[in-house]
Design a binder for this molecule. Structure first.
Ligand code: ZN
Length: 283
């Protein structure tokens, strides 16, 4: 890839023929997702889709945890790290308009765009994946997790229904979706496998190798077959109303954000946000 060396928040590697591996590399920030990181991921994925040498992509992470979610301290602006891709505009407008536009672009927009990319993408997950952390896992096609992986979305504490890519009921089933949202509790890798969310659970020291072997096996298939299989499965979810349900949940999400602003003197985060963050990390 021609721009592989310009990234600072991710690393791109070619561990095998036809396999691109994107590693989140904000280890010190527990891979909290800055806008810069999200644009780098989007750029790397987009380039991989246009690269004839790449047939499969792995998304993994450096450090002890996969991702602690969106970087809420990020002061970067949309447009600073590349052209916006979803054609929304109005990112700095007041009221709830600018906030919604931002999330339409870098959260829901990116997730839906990545979900529909034509080549298989495999999430390689270890440690904690919290809230927005799941948004770098659920849009992808296969999930390989190490035994220590934990998946949680504790953002109900912000007065919203869940994170912005609201596919919880599809990923873990409606009952478990409600439990994980109501309690904020994490789902273990093994539980995720039993629920059909995780494909394989492997020991931590075998995660990289196991995921790469899976990628190599997939890469041996013809690109047309891979593309059609991915589209066919995605379209079966679309036929169940997935897209409409996500859009509807996104509207509720912004009702929650707007309500929180009204209740918290203009801040989207509740006054006890530090305690909530601490509890999520300790889980
Ligand atoms: Zn939000």
């Amino acid at each position: 890839m021609s721009d592989a060396n310009v990234f600072t928040e991710i690393r791109c590697e070619n561990p095998a023929e036809h396999v691109l591996r994107i590693m989140l590399s904000r280890e010190k920030q527990r891979n909290a997702q800055s806008k810069k990181m999200l644009y780098e991921i989007d750029r790397a994925l987009n380039a991989a889709m246009h690269d004839e040498e790449v047939k499969v992509v792995i998304v993994g992470a450096d450090g002890p945890h996969f991702s602690s979610g969106h970087d809420l301290r990020d002061s970067g602006k949309i447009g600073e790290f590349g052209d916006p891709v979803m054609g929304v505009g109005g990112y700095e407008r007041g009221g709830q308009e600018g906030h919604m536009a931002q999330e339409q672009e870098i959260y829901l927009g990116f997730c839906w765009r990545w979900r529909n990319m034509p080549k298989p993408i495999i999430a390689q997950v270890h440690g904690k994946a919290i809230a927005g952390g799941l948004m770098l896992i659920w849009p992808f096609d296969l999930i390989i997790a190490s035994e220590d992986a934990q998946f949680s979305d504790p953002v109900l504490a912000f007065g919203v229904n869940g994170h912005e890519y609201f596919v919880h009921a599809w990923e873990v089933g409606p009952r478990k979706a409600k439990e994980m949202l109501f309690t904020g509790d994490a789902i273990s890798a093994q539980e995720g496998k039993e629920l059909g969310m995780v494909n394989h659970v492997v020991p931590r020291d075998q995660l990289t190798e196991f995921t790469l072997e899976m990628a190599k096996k997939v890469a041996r298939q013809p690109s047309m077959g891979l593309k059609l299989a991915k589209m066919a499965v995605n379209q079966s979810l679309d036929a169940q109303g997935m897209y409409n349900a996500i859009q509807s949940a996104f509207g509720l999400h912004h009702l929650g954000h707007a309500n929180a602003r009204l209740m918290n003197q203009g801040r989207a985060a509740p006054p006890d946000i530090d305690r909530i963050r601490r509890e999520a990390k300790e889980q």
